[in-house]
Every structure is written in structure tokens, then in C-alpha cells.
Design a binder for this molecule. Structure first.
Ligand SMILES: NC(=O)c1ccc[n+]([C@@H]2O[C@H](COP(=O)([O-])OP(=O)(O)OC[C@H]3O[C@@H](n4cnc5c(N)ncnc54)[C@H](OP(=O)(O)O)[C@@H]3O)[C@@H](O)[C@H]2O)c1
Length: 364
């Protein structure tokens, strides 16, 4: 069944939100939000940084029938519940479950129309020390989400990926690459059902748990006499939480199934970022850590053969498609040049201090 845009009255609701660093909402965001009106939405990892902002955005700017927050820890769910406005209580469901537990996912996905898969173990050294834990959550968990979504007839599933999944050098990245492959290939299993799977891949979320910005801020607050910099040349892609959420919502409107959507986002050197956070504070080079790259890649040269460019994003189309699908041509999409590579060092969009401050001023 084709998806329609839901309650026509809701068409008049203002599109929210926010934004890339220059303040423009991604095309398709309003349509993506309208798709959720009257629908049931599930977010795995709903208590995480992404999940919380996703739920708040959907509740503020759409009229979903139900929003299910799926995660393991009851205390994080309790805290999130406490922070949510009381009028949302009848729509929100706090569902305790583990993506490793297929039966629990089956229960959670009943009558769900849209799913975002954000649950993951994402700490690079922890994945190296506990490899099977990472594989059970990030890889087998992905398989369980796919199977449960197919059984329940969920219409659209977007799985979150990371730049670390492109040419991975650590297990976290490799597990997310495996997850990406599982979600893309899941479209082979849909048959006549209208269940479609796509992936969103982006870089460092400014201020998310475990990222360098909260670490630097904590050190500065505690009166450190220097900031540790791994390598003066190191660059990263940066995105705000709200941009990530809006981008995922826009992908619901755009996806046909099998795509990896990559937003166009700016880069910055870690040393420049430290300088903006604490001008004049000395920096000490501590050396690149195991499992880290000097620069991150979102689209490799090999992916470029299937990559198309739109104004605000790249779309990597599936290399193997064993399912029936309409042509992937999109309005004004053009193939990228042969040998194209989207990497944080060769990016043509760079954050300066003012733009970084604008990103950092977004509520966490
Ligand atoms: N943060 C970034 O910079 C960044 C960048 C690129 C991509 N991503 C991707 O974006 C997604 C969301 O990241 P985030 O920053 O929101 O992560 P986060 O803040 O660490 O949240 C992770 C969420 O997943 C849940 N979770 C973990 N293991 C689970 C399991 N086995 N079953 C069910 N739920 C589980 C956690 O809750 P419980 O522990 O209570 O279960 C939590 O709700 C991840 O897939 C990550 O790979 C993040």
C-alpha cells in the first residue's frame, strides 16, 4: 500500500525545526513529518541522544498515533518520561526490550508503520575489548529488527549508520557496515509487502554522549591547563542532533528502499575546534589512538559509482538489487564524478568559529 500524507489539516502545521548549520530545513522534512500523522512510530534506542531528540521533534511537529521508545534501561526511560510534557503521555509508550531479543521486538512492532533503528553499542575501545557484545547488538540486533519489521508489515525502516562504517578500521565501524548491508539486503525479503529499508550515514554529532566536545568542555570547566589533541591534522565531519533528526525524517519521504543517504555536512580540524572552545589554551599532541583514522570518509571511491548528488545530500544507491524497484532517478539528482570521495579532509565545506558556535548553541 502506498503511503499517503495523513491528515490534510496537519499540512498547515509549520515545518519545525531546524536545520543544518545554516538554518535551512532539509527538503522533504515537512512531507516526512506529515507521513507520521496518525501513524505508529517505533524508535530503537529511543532513550539515546538521537532517540530523545527524534521523539521530541515528532511529538512537537507531527500528530502520531503512538510513539514507542524501545531500549533496555528502565532508569533512562523513567528519566525521559519525567522530562516529557504530560500531554504526550497518552501517545508515548516506554517499551523495555533488547534488540537482541527477537520475540520482544515482535511484540513492540505490532501495528507499527515507521521505525528508526538507533540502538547501538558505539564506543570504539569497548567494541574491541568485547567484540561479541558489539556484534550481538549491532549485527544480530540489525537482523532482528529487519525480521520483526517484515513480520509486522512495518512500512518504512531507517537505520542509523556512521562514517566509521565506510572502509572501517575498527569493529564498531565494521559492525555498522554489516548492519548497513543487512538493512539494504532486507529489501530483497519484502516481496509484495510494502516494507522498505534504507540507511542514513553521518559523522560526529556535536555534543553527543562520549564525543570530544563534552570532554573538552568538562576539562575547561575543571580548569585544565591544556587540551589533548590527537593530531593537529585530524579532521572530522560535524552535524547537530537536530539536523540528524530532520534528515532522517526527510528520508522517510524520499526513500524507495536500499539507499544510503549521506547529508552534506561541514568538516573541522579537532585542533581548530579546541581553539574555538578555549581560545589561547595550550594544546598538547597526544597521538592518534588505536582504531582512529586521521580523516573520516562517508563515501569511498568505490561507492562513487552508485552515488548521486542532490542539493543537500548524497544518495548511495544499492550495488546489488534483487528486488523490483522503480528507477532511482530523483529530481535534479546527478551522478558524482568518477573517483569521487566524500572525506572530512577534502570536504569543500569547512566550519569556522562562528558556525561552530552556532552549532554548539543548539540545546543538547
Ligand atoms: N553520536 C554520534 O556521534 C553518532 C554519529 C554517527 C552515527 N551515530 C549512530 O546513531 C545511533 C544513535 O546514537 P546515539 O548517539 O543516540 O547513541 P546513544 O546516546 O549511546 O544511545 C544508544 C541507545 O541505544 C540503546 N541501546 C543500546 N543497546 C541496546 C540494545 N541491545 N537493545 C535496545 N536498545 C539498546 C540505549 O539505551 P539502553 O542502554 O537503555 O538500552 C540508548 O537508548 C547509533 O546507531 C550510532 O551508531 C551516532
Amino acid at each position: 500500500m502506498a503511503i499517503n500524507s495523513g491528515d490534510p489539516k496537519a499540512q498547515h502545521r509549520d515545518s519545525p525545526t531546524a536545520s543544518d548549520p545554516d538554518g535551512a530545513p532539509p527538503p522533504g522534512l515537512t512531507t516526512g513529518l506529515r507521513l507520521l500523522d496518525g501513524r505508529s512510530v517505533l524508535v530503537t534506542g529511543g532513550t539515546g541522544s538521537f532517540g530523545r531528540r527524534f521523539v521530541e521533534t515528532v511529538m512537537r511537529h507531527a500528530s502520531p498515533r503512538r510513539v514507542i521508545i524501545f531500549s533496555r534501561d528502565e532508569f533512562k526511560q523513567y528519566e525521559m518520561q519525567q522530562r516529557m510534557p504530560k500531554e504526550w503521555a497518552s501517545t508515548l509508550r516506554f517499551f523495555i526490550g533488547d534488540v537482541r531479543d527477537r520475540e520482544r521486538l515482535d511484540l513492540a512492532m505490532r501495528d507499527v508503520d515507521f521505525c528508526v533503528h538507533a540502538a547501538a553499542l558505539k564506543h570504539v575501545p569497548a567494541a574491541e575489548y568485547n567484540p561479541m557484545e558489539c556484534i550481538h547488538t549491532n549485527v544480530y540486533g540489525a537482523e532482528n529488527v529487519v525480521r520483526a519489521a517484515l513480520s509486522a508489515g512495518v512500512r518504512r525502516v531507517v537505520a542509523l549508520s556512521t562514517d566509521k562504517a565506510a572502509n572501517p578500521i575498527n569493529l564498531y565501524g565494521a559492525s555498522k557496515l554489516a548492519s548497513d548491508k543487512i538493512f539494504i539486503a532486507a529489501n530483497n525479503l519484502s516481496g509484495a509487502r510494502d516494507t522498505r529499508f534504507a540507511v542514513v550515514r553521518y559523522g560526529n554529532v556535536v555534543g553527543s554522549r562520549g564525543s570530544v566536545v563534552p570532554l573538552f568542555r568538562k576539562m575547561i570547566d575543571e580548569g585544565t591547563d591544556h587540551l589533548p589533541i590527537t593530531d593537529a591534522r585530524m579532521t572530522r565531519f560535524w552535524i547537530t542532533l537536530q539536523h540528524g533528526v530532520d534528515f532522517v525524517l526527510s528520508c522517510f519521504a524520499m526513500m524507495q528502499g536500499g539507499e544510503i543517504f549521506v547529508p552534506k555536512i561541514p568538516s573541522m580540524r579537532i585542533g581548530d575546534l579546541a581553539h574555538v572552545l578555549a581560545p589561547g589554551l595550550p594544546q598538547r599532541i597526544v597521538g592518534i589512538r588505536p582504531g582512529e583514522k586521521l580523516h573520516e570518509v562517508m563515501i569511498t571511491e568505490d561507492d562513487s559509482r552508485q552515488t548521486y548528488e542532490l542539493a543537500d545530500r548524497y544518495v548511495i544507491e544499492p550495488a546489488f538489487t534483487f528486488w523490483q524497484h522503480a528507477p532511482y532517478e530523483r529530481l535534479n539528482a546527478r551522478p558524482v564524478a568518477d573517483g569521487f570521495r566524500y572525506a572530512s579532509d577534502s570536504n569543500d565545506d569547512w566550519l569556522d568559529g562562528a558556525r561552530l558556535q552556532a552549532l554548539l548553541s543548539e540545546p543538547g
